[in-house]
Design a protein around this ligand. Structure first.
Ligand code: ADP
Ligand code: MG
Length: 351
């Protein structure tokens, strides 16, 4: 009965989780999640829907159609949510993407390639800076003042224009975060490759404690390590290729079902249907599982604690009782039954 105390509870909990739209890869996360001190979230595609839309467009030479055709031709080679938004905008305007070749993704900052006239690039201010392209044109500065993410398109050191892209928080984000906090989580962190301004707007809306913006993909795992360095247990939720190392580094990695395969592979938990309330369910289940395991161990030990001394004859000198082998094996069975039926209660836990 002692041997089955832990696995019985975990198996029951896993089946309750699956019913609640939360897939655990194994029992480990069930044991750790209850102790998490810090929850870290990727922004784009995790706290937000990841289904962005183009909100403004500035073509410095005034040719919006030509500008968007080139930008969408370049972004056609990217799987980034920004690329998808640009693609949808070009479709909506009936524009044909320009043929772009020799495409190179620049993770966390943008993308570059080559059209008929030479090298082109699209991305954030870091990429513009790397290309030596100044962003001081008044029309571009006005775009950068808003809260939306700005994507610049350029040719070498010359900026051709920019679009802004906006992405709204998931409906489940605010209630799920509020409930986590109510459930005793003391620190909620948002980590994003996006710029500070866009990040701050989302953070304010969701009441997030700490914002790490402009984090490059390769830095995300190091940031998780930093959060862990003070002995804290850290859970990280994300969806992108760039989140995968951070999900693996975290004590508990949580992926969105809508996310990339590599994120799901690196995570301990996958949330089905993009519902962040799944994190709450998982945490609740983890807490219930740990207390269930403690009860099981109690059941398992109490039979032994009473049975073993009686079998050994402690009562024999006083009242002449010994544990007959038949009763002993009956007690053994009862102990296992108690443990299993207690563990099975977890399957019906309301999540
Ligand atoms: P997040 O952490 O928010 O999921 P990423 O690390 O994927 O963000 O991207 C960070 C930033 O890099 C984006 O906000 C964008 O400015 C820029 N970027 C990345 N990929 C592209 C792309 N294909 N086109 C334009 N900009 C991009
Ligand atoms: Mg993301």
């Amino acid at each position: 009965a002692i041997v089955i105390s832990v696995p019985a509870a975990i198996l029951s909990a896993l089946s309750a989780a699956a019913r609640g739209g939360v897939l655990f890869k194994g029992g480990g996360a069930l044991e750790t999640l209850a102790e998490v001190d810090i929850f870290a979230f990727d922004k784009t595609g995790t706290l937000t829907t990841g289904r962005a839309a183009v909100t403004r467009l500035v073509a410095l030479d005034g040719d919006q159609a030509g500008f968007l055709s080139l930008l969408s031709g370049l972004e056609a080679h990217s799987e980034h949510h920004i690329a998808a938004a640009i693609h949808r905008e070009a479709l909506a305007r009936d524009l044909q993407p320009v043929a772009v070749t020799d495409v190179n993704a620049r993770p966390g900052i943008g993308i570059e390639g080559r059209d008929a006239s030479g090298p082109v690039w699209a991305g954030n201010p870091y990429l513009a800076q790397a290309m030596g392209a100044p962003l001081d044109h008044p029309a571009l500065q006005s775009l950068a003042e808003g809260a939306d993410t700005v994507v610049y398109l350029g040719r070498g050191a010359q900026v051709l224009g920019a679009v802004t892209v906006a992405d709204a928080p998931r409906g489940s984000s605010a209630p799920a975060l509020a409930a986590l906090r109510k459930g005793g989580v003391r620190r909620i962190v948002m980590m994003t490759g996006d710029n500070e301004k866009t990040a701050e707007v989302v953070a304010k809306e969701l009441n997030i404690d700490q914002v790490l913006a402009g984090v490059l993909p390769k830095e995300k795992a190091a940031k998780v390590k930093e959060l862990q360095s003070t002995g804290k247990t850290v859970a990280m939720a994300g969806d992108g290729v760039n989140d995968a190392p951070a999900l693996a580094q975290a004590n508990v990695g949580i992926a969105m079902e809508s996310g990339t395969d590599i994120a799901i592979e690196s995570a301990d938990i996958t949330l089905l249907k993009g519902d962040l309330n799944g994190i709450l369910k998982a945490k609740k289940l983890s807490e219930a599982t740990m207390s269930n395991i403690r009860q099981n161990l109690f059941f398992a030990f109490i039979y032994n604690l009473l049975g073993v001394p009686i079998a050994a004859g402690v009562l024999f000198p006083f009242i002449g009782i010994l544990l007959s082998p038949m009763l002993a094996s009956l007690a053994m069975t009862f102990s296992s039954i108690s443990v299993i039926s207690n563990a099975l209660r977890l399957r019906n836990l309301k999540l």
